[in-house]
Design a protein around this ligand. Structure first.
Ligand code: DI6
Ligand code: FE
Length: 417
């Protein structure tokens, strides 16, 4: 007997509307689409009636998506997911008028999370981080970034990056591990910021990079964080190791951090409420992505809006992320971020969704692998119980994600999650 002809696709998804997110300013919708998957990658995406043959001949595994909307798996390109502790008491203080800066200067804020994180063991942090990651995954997130930065010593930063590495390997989610040693000045270096930066550049960064724990390097450039001079030293050290950089810039004041990051061809500058037009132009010239973080804007009750019109004018792609962290954005709600990008930042629903798909991939430097539904990209797809992709930014407080394909593997989510 002649062997059966090999199936074209490992699996084939039919009866869906695909928001490919390949189109600038729009959703790139294909109605009545099919997605064919081979070796974890998208091997067909297009109208079902353009499939190159009968379903039976194309695959042994055809699935009916029940008319749902498919988008690229969401990408949360800026998170501080790995930490221990809780800052609800600080939230209460801030509501009574104490500022984020005042709390930071008194040794609270980031440093209170550092104290809790140093005390916790890897297992505890791993469990907590997995619970947070699972919440994001069940809302359609298939790729995310996890920053360190709540250790601020070699041992604890290693613990956080190890947790991120183990979660990447065990869950199969695409995770970028970002070293944020220059997040805050640890108490043992009080008054010696330059010495701490020396430790970051000469010891922590080379050791952790050597151990294969770092994909990218970030810093907090701010009057309560590090100066542009200190940030430049961190970037020089990263560049020497061949690691891409990105920056927390212009969150609370204009330090011209984005322009500095542009000199290093950074992947992104993030937050950006106080960014001016020169900074926008520098980012445009360097091909950077602007990562806007409505959760932190909201929690800090900030009133200065990021310069969305200028970013549009100079064609700097805008990404949106949760900035999940225990202080300024204890948020595990990507759909709420889409909504806030529209209601608070005046982005369009299509811009917001591009911000958590195509442009978020770009912010990670992973646009060749994910962020759109296109031939050859990883088959990372979220399936939603909605009528149209704009519904994602329209409603929040419910979870319409019915499941995701992660590199072609189907994970179903129950209604009501
Ligand atoms: N900016 C932020 O929004 C987070 N880190 C940073 O540099 C906040 C971190 C925290 O308050 O724990
Ligand atoms: Fe952040």
């Amino acid at each position: 007997m002649a062997p059966a002809a090999p199936a074209h696709f490992d699996s084939l998804w039919l009866n869906l509307d695909a928001a490919t997110m390949t189109e600038d300013g729009g959703y790139g919708i294909i109605e009545d689409a099919a997605i064919g998957i081979k070796d974890g990658k998208i091997a067909f995406i297009g109208p079902a009636d353009e499939l190159p043959g009968d379903t039976d001949a194309l695959t042994d595994y055809a699935y009916d998506a029940d008319g749902r909307v498919a988008t690229p798996g969401l990408i949360d390109c800026h998170t501080h997911l790995a930490y221990a502790g809780n800052r609800a008491a600080e939230f209460e203080q801030r509501l009574q008028g104490v500022s984020y800066e005042e709390i930071a200067k008194k040794g609270g804020g980031i440093l209170s999370t550092v104290a809790a994180t140093r005390e916790a063991d890897e297992e505890e942090i791993g469990e907590k981080t997995l619970a947070r990651l699972t919440a994001l995954f069940q809302q359609g997130v298939t790729t995310l970034e996890i920053k360190s930065g709540y250790g601020l010593d070699l041992e604890t930063e290693r613990k956080l990056l190890t947790v991120a590495t183990i979660l990447r390997d065990e869950t199969g989610l695409r995770i970028q591990r970002t070293f944020l040693g220059a997040h805050a000045l640890p108490p043992e270096y009080k008054g010696k910021a330059d010495d701490y930066i020396t430790l970051v550049c000469d010891e922590m960064l080379p050791a952790l990079a050597e151990e294969g724990l770092i994909d990218a390097v970030d810093a907090f450039c701010e009057h309560i964080g590090f100066s542009t001079g200190q940030t430049a030293r961190v970037f020089d050290a990263a560049q020497k190791l061949g690691l891409p950089v990105k920056l927390h810039a212009e969150q609370l004041s204009n330090q011209h951090g984005a322009a500095l990051a542009a000199k290093y061809k950074a992947l992104s500058a993030d937050h950006l409420e106080y960014l001016d037009e020169d900074g926008v132009k520098a980012m445009a010239q360097a091909g950077m992505t602007a990562v806007l973080l409505p959760g932190a804007y909201y929690y800090l009750r900030e009133t200065q809006l990021p310069p969305v019109d200028l970013l549009r004018k100079h064609k700097v792609p805008m990404a949106i992320a949760t900035d999940h962290n225990p202080g300024t954005s204890p948020v595990l709600a990507p759909i709420l971020m889409l909504n806030m990008a529209c209601t608070l930042f005046r982005m369009t629903p299509a811009e917001a969704l591009a911000g958590m798909t195509r442009n978020a991939a770009r912010a990670l430097g992973w646009q060749a692998d994910c962020g759109t539904l296109e031939l050859g990209k990883s088959a990372d797809v979220a399936l939603w119980d909605i009528d149209h992709p704009r519904d994602l930014a329209y409603r929040f407080g419910h979870n319409p994600c019915r499941g995701v394909l992660l590199a072609g593997e189907w994970h179903a989510f129950e209604e009501g999650h």
